[in-house]
Design a protein around this ligand. Structure first.
Ligand code: DGL
Length: 266
């Protein structure tokens, strides 16, 4: 039986990563978990996030996942180590932060870099810390943009509401004169076009989807874990059924999405 690539997020954001993984490895089966019952993660305590992530990792392992991709910046910044400890080397665990930091330090090492993400991600200071470790001349400006993920999860993008909210955040003094902007939340690629319009295409807007997909492929290749088939079956699970999730999953993966509600919190 083909072992799937396990991917999780608090909601639809990780679908941006899942979709990039599908494009880069079209024969691989995906097993996606959206923790919609606890969305947004950005406002939760660190303990709560660690607990959710361990339970989800346990679920993905029970379903025979061959790798776990933490397709959420908040979870990656707070719970990566505990998930790794829990998995205990049985399968690889991938976060969405390291591949982006690598890319930024290779391409913008002397730049003024903006970082936007949830309160949890920004409070962790992880991007700033890792970027400055590799590129001490960089100037990193981080801003929490907590309304964006719930707004996107509810389907508000490419309309006047998202434009107004974005305008207000991106006009913040901290983000003036940046030459690149890291979208440190996997929900944000869904509004990348609007962000690009705000900057009139003049700055480099970096998101994790494609970078994480290439990284995942490299890890699977190196460990001999690639197992492409002609018609891979994808499975999507949520902890609380929402129409918005189903709509977004179909937007990325077409109408045949099989979506199951699985609430194992008890
Ligand atoms: N997609 C998420 C992230 O990358 C989570 C957003 C949230 O649940 O607050 O941080």
């Amino acid at each position: 039986m083909q072992r799937p690539i396990g991917i999780f997020d608090s909601g639809i954001g990780g679908l941006t990563v899942a979709s990039a993984i599908q494009q880069s490895m079209p024969g691989e089966a995906l097993l996606y978990f959206g923790d919609t019952a606890h969305m947004p993660y950005g406002d939760k305590s660190e303990d709560a996030i660690r607990y959710y992530c361990i339970r989800i990792a346990q679920f993905l392992m029970k379903q025979n996942a061959k790798v776990i991709v933490i397709a959420c910046n908040t979870a990656s910044s707070i719970a990566f180590k505990v998930v790794e400890d829990f998995v205990d080397g049985k399968i690889p665990v991938i976060n969405v932060i390291y591949p982006v930091v690598d890319w930024i330090t290779q391409n913008h090492s002397n730049g003024r870099i903006g970082v936007i993400g949830t309160k949890g991600t920004i409070r962790s200071g992880i991007y700033e810390k890792l970027i400055l470790e590799h590129s001490p001349n960089a100037n990193v400006q981080s801003l929490a943009t907590p309304l964006l993920a719930p707004m996107i999860e509810e389907g508000f993008f490419n309309n006047n509401i998202s434009a107004t909210v974005l305008n207000s955040y991106l006009s913040n003094r901290k983000l003036q004169k940046i030459d690149s902007l890291v979208l440190a939340c996997t929900h944000y690629p869904l509004i990348k076009k609007e962000i690009n319009q705000f900057y009139q295409g003049k700055i480099d807007i970096v998101d994790s989807a494609g970078l994480v997909a290439s990284h995942t492929k490299a890890i699977l290749e190196a460990r001999g874990l690639l197992s492409p088939t002609k018609r891979p079956r994808h499975h999507f699970f949520v902890s609380d059924y929402t129409q918005a999730f189903e709509k977004s999953a179909k937007m990325f993966f077409g109408n045949k999405v099989s979506l199951t509600e699985s609430n194992f919190w008890g």
